[in-house]
Design a protein around this ligand. Structure first.
Ligand code: RUB
Length: 302
């Protein structure tokens, strides 16, 4: 069951940082519910092994490690109480994660004005929550969505926007600079927010931010607090996932002198981000440390 979820995350059948985190939480819950062990020690080592399997699936998503940490942490000193505690942790994480996305929609949509054209990249449930909430509130908005090569997550975005009735234009990723003058606001999701407020998100996000900056268009990231990375407090770098060449070029094998590079994410420096909308408020990127300290409970200790 853990391997099944791990494989779905690895193959991107389950994708998007929030969904990955909730799927991992649910997998750990189901795992401990049926875990057949007779001591707390055995429980602990089986849980750690399961957590490790999940953590190895997609290296960039800090939502995954934050979720696993929140779910697998328990204080109980007997087996059955520990089992119950992990199940309760998982339920709490899933519920609060869904609520967080809804709340981000509420908070982020306040910055959307009637008549705005919003550019979005990839397929982010948090970014879509902002866009959909603005639409539900009766603001007449339009969206420009990028394809998001090589996996075309933009197609998921246009499908969803079409279902909810938001007029949308689809563009190739390289058309962003050509259309940026038509855009009023950029809204994207987040895989990771670092302690200094930089954003790790789908490859291409940083080019969009650069275009938005040059054209003086506001750039918003929508990120639940569990997308913030405690490790970056101590200067850890975020590992950028490199995926297989076949995602970019089917017949790459026939070339003798070619190497296909396929980084899945990139880093947008905080200087290009106007606001990060979290479920606890809209913050300037420079305030990211506060989220890590106050909401995730981490701080620098000597
Ligand atoms: C998805 C991606 C999304 C973030 C946020 O990448 O970069 O913008 O994960 O998504 P991939 P959400 O398709 O490679 O997982 O807001 O849904 O958590």
């Amino acid at each position: 069951m853990i391997e099944d979820t791990a494989e779905k995350i690895r193959s991107m059948e389950i994708r998007g940082a929030g969904l990955i985190a909730r799927a991992a939480a649910a997998a750990l819950r189901d795992f401990v519910l049926t875990l057949d062990v007779s001591s707390l020690d055995e429980f602990d080592s089986a849980l750690k092994k399961a957590a490790d399997t999940l953590l190895r699936t997609r290296p960039t998503a800090v939502s995954l490690s934050n979720a696993v940490r929140m779910v697998a942490r328990y204080r109980s000193e007997d087996l059955e109480s520990a089992r119950r505690e992990v199940v309760a942790n998982a339920e709490r994480f899933i519920e609060s994660s869904l609520k967080a996305v809804e709340r981000i929609g509420e908070i982020g949509s306040r910055r959307v004005r009637d008549g705005d054209v919003i550019l979005t990249h990839c397929n982010s449930s948090a970014a879509l929550a902002v866009i959909e909430r603005a639409h539900r509130d009766g603001k007449r908005i339009e969206v420009i969505a990028t394809e998001s090569r090589p996996r075309y997550q933009g197609h998921l975005t246009i499908k969803r926007l079409d279902e909810v009735g938001i007029p949308t234009e689809l563009i190739v990723d390289s058309a962003v600079r050509s259309v940026i003058e038509d855009v009023d606001l950029v809204v994207v999701g987040a895989d990771v927010v670092t302690a200094n407020g930089s954003l790790v998100n789908k490859i291409g996000t940083s080019q969009i931010a650069l275009c938005a900056h040059e054209a003086r268009k506001p750039f918003m990231a929508a990120a639940e607090t569990y997308k913030f990375s405690p490790d970056t407090l101590m200067g850890e770098l975020v590992e950028i996932e490199e995926r297989g060449p076949e995602e970019v070029l089917d017949d790459y094998m026939r070339y003798k002198h070619l190497r296909v590079r396929n980084p899945a994410f990139d880093v947008t420096p905080h200087q290009y981000i106007d606001v990060i909308c979290t479920e606890v408020g809209a913050i300037p990127p420079e305030m990211s440390y506060i989220i890590i300290k106050e909401w995730l409970g981490w701080e620098i200790r000597a």
